[in-house]
Structures are given as C-alpha cells and as structure tokens.
Design a protein around this ligand. Structure first.
Ligand SMILES: [Zn+2]
Length: 244
C-alpha cells in the first residue's frame, strides 16, 4: 500500500531513472506536446491508458469520467475534445470502456448511489433501450454486454458532436474508435472499425433488428433521446460478438 510520502519518493526515483536513461528527457518534454491520440476512458483506477497502450508522456491526450461517457452537454469533455481535435489535431479519438465497470454496474442496479446516479442516466437509457434482450442474460453476461453497448453509444455521441463533424468535413480526421478493456485478461478488444464519416458511424452504431431475438420487443427510446434517432441513429449496434 502506498502512502502520500511514498508517492513523492517514487516521483524522485522516477526523475532519477529518467535522467539516467536520457539526460534531456524533461527538457524535451517541456518543449510541448504533439499527441496523436485522445483517450476517453473511465476514471476507474485499474484502467490506466498509458500503461495499457505502451504510450509515454506526450503521446496521449486524456479525458476520463465515470463510465467513459460522451455527454454532449459536458463542457469538460467538449473543451478537451475541441482542444485535442482543433488545436492538437489528433488523428485518433478512442472511447474505451472496460469490463467490470462499477459505473455501468451501478446503472444496472436499482440502488441509489447519490449524485452519480444523475451522471449515469445515459447508461440507464441504453439499458432501457436494450432491456428485453439484456434481461434474458445472467448478471455477469448482462454487465459485459451493457459495457460494450455503452461504448458504442458513446462512439455515436462523439461522432455527432459539432467538433467531430466539422473536423470530418475539413480533413476527414479524426478516426474514432470504440474499444473495451478486459481487466481480467489485460487485453483491449476493438468494438468498431476506424470511423471517419457519417456512413461509417451509422454502420458501427446501427441497430441490427434481425439479430435481436427477445429485443424485438424492446421499448422505444425515451423522448429525450429522440434527436439522435432523427439524425439517422437507430440504435447502438453491437459487433457480432456482442450479440447474445
Ligand atoms: Zn468504469
């Protein structure tokens, strides 16, 4: 178990080790950043983007929140996204969820967790939309599927932001990606192909009614989510492996 003092001691050791390896490491780092990736992930302490992807300081711009949500009214997310896409001109934006996500699990349960319940509203909407299909699954499988459906939903929200739409029109970048990290194995599984236009976004987020089974009787999306449907988004679509 670390302590506050051990964190600072670790930092001093880190500085020594870096300088021993490269005496100009921090001088170069201070010159500026040119990351090619924006990572939108969960705040979960086990999901460390640089560690998982082998990237170092300066290589990945990061935004994290509980359950890796892309909420179109979240000024924090929008500011990060705008700066990453328009100023840093990252070529890739990754939405990465993770199995065992406490935020998604909380949205599945009927218990109150305080203020965070408001934040997780979007996850509950996704669960409601797929409720008939998810309800037929055992608890563990249901959570895994909702984690993946949530990633697809956030990819859709990301692609529909004016920031990404403008960037696609101007330079056909960034590519956006939906990934899921499995804490139990350490592996990352891509859930979407690389997406850089509305057609690819629609394909990645299409609701394949033919493969639904019990979800054919799924309730309609609540009224507050209708603008997405009007914009051509029928529903999040799982990759083949997501379907129960
Ligand atoms: Zn999480």
């Amino acid at each position: 178990m670390h302590t506050i003092d051990s964190l600072l001691a670790n930092n001093r050791a880190f500085v020594r080790a870096q300088l021993a390896h490269d005496a100009a490491f921090f001088e170069h780092l201070a010159e500026g950043q040119h990351p090619d990736f924006l990572w939108i992930g969960c705040s979960d302490s086990r999901v460390s983007p640089n560690l998982l992807t082998g990237t170092g300081p300066g290589e990945m711009f990061v935004h994290r929140n509980i359950a890796n949500l892309v909420v179109p009214t979240d000024m924090n997310l929008l500011a990060v996204l705008q700066y990453a896409v328009e100023v840093l001109q990252v070529n890739h934006v990754i939405v990465c969820g993770h199995h065992g996500c406490g935020g998604v699990k909380a949205a599945l349960g009927g218990h109150s967790h305080g203020l965070v319940d408001h934040w997780l509203h979007a996850v509950r909407e996704t669960e409601q939309f797929h409720h008939a299909r998810l309800a037929a699954l055992d608890d563990e499988t249901r959570l895994r599927h909702l984690v993946e459906l949530n990633v697809i939903e956030q990819v859709h929200n990301l692609g529909k932001t004016s920031i990404v739409q403008r960037a696609w029109a101007a330079r056909r970048r960034p590519f956006i990606h939906g990934w899921v990290f499995d804490i139990g194995t350490g592996g990352i599984d891509p859930l979407t192909r690389m997406i850089s236009n509305d057609e690819e976004l629609l394909e990645a987020c299409k609701f394949h009614r033919a493969g639904l089974g019990p979800a054919a009787a799924a309730p309609a999306r609540p009224p507050q989510a209708q603008p997405a449907a009007q914009a051509g988004h029928a529903s999040p679509a799982p990759r083949a492996g997501v379907a129960p």
